[in-house]
Design a protein around this ligand. Structure first.
Ligand code: SAM
Length: 251
């Protein structure tokens, strides 16, 4: 019990000031209410390893997608499943508005490792209005969620028609699953999840060099949000004249 208290105390010190003083991260972390869950593994990973690695990975993703930081200047950008560092917006000097989005936003915001506020994703919904983003990134996150179609639907809601989604996802075989990565993913599945709202501009499959994770294959893609259909009056949709055309104002 005393050991647990000391461990929790050290975790707290490290989360608040220790990282900045370059203290070693705790070897075992207090993952609070997330213990035993997938989110507990996520929290532990970031506290023990991920935060220390820093943001270089996001520069790697930009190279993977063939993007210059300049071409993202002045855009509104979200990053779905961004992690505690805020994802790709964290390495963009001149982003107009950044919306890092994560299911663990409340926890991550407490750590203060991201220069932007991280917005919560609750049951696949974010508190943002429709069609506000020019670009969305989603890296190393879609294979972590049980219902990827709901992620695709929410990203489609956030993106402007013609907006870009840059996606990176691990294609995991059944022998590559573990407690934090529970789902097999294939290229066909990814296409199936996204085809309703997006056209695929380019797709690549390669070993995961941005992360340098051994023996993991990634799919990376640039997708474009399809035009949003304007709402159509029911009778128009059925090919009939609109009621307003038939009935005058006094009828
Ligand atoms: C492996 S991390 C990747 C973080 C970051 N995108 C990167 O590439 O470094 C996966 C992230 O997805 C988030 N995540 C998992 N399920 C989610 C969901 N249903 N909605 C939003 N984010 C989710 C996790 O909390 C975690 O921060």
């Amino acid at each position: 019990m005393v050991v647990n208290r000391l461990r929790r105390g050290y975790t707290w010190v490290w989360q608040t000031v220790g990282r900045h003083l370059k203290l070693s991260p705790p070897s075992s972390c207090d993952v609070g209410g997330y213990v035993g869950s997938t989110q507990g593994h996520e929290v532990r990973y970031w506290l023990q390893t991920g935060l220390r690695k820093g943001t270089y990975i996001y520069d790697n993703y930009l190279r993977l997608f063939g993007l210059d930081k300049d071409e993202l200047t002045g855009l509104t950008i979200c990053d779905f499943g961004c992690g505690p560092l805020g994802g790709i917006p964290s390495v963009l000097p001149d982003v107009k508005v950044a919306y890092p989005l994560d299911v663990l936003a409340d926890e991550y915001n407490k750590w203060g490792a991201c220069r932007f506020h991280i917005y919560p994703v609750r049951d696949y919904r974010t508190p943002l209005p429709d069609h506000i983003c020019d670009v969305c990134f989603c890296t190393n996150a879609l294979d972590h969620v049980p219902e990827p179609v709901r992620v695709a639907t929410e990203i489609a809601r956030l993106l402007k028609p013609g907006g870009s989604l840059y996606l990176h996802v691990h294609l995991r075989r059944s022998d590559q699953l573990n407690k934090a990565h529970r789902y097999v993913v294939s290229e066909d599945m990814v296409r199936d999840w996204l085809h309703e709202y997006f056209t695929f501009e380019s797709v690549g499959v390669d070993w995961d060099w941005p992360n340098d994770e051994p023996d993991l294959t990634m799919l990376y893609a640039h997708l474009v949000r399809c035009p949003v259909a304007e709402p159509v009056a029911e009778e128009d949709a059925a090919g009939h004249e609109s009621r307003l055309d038939v009935l005058g104002p006094t009828d």
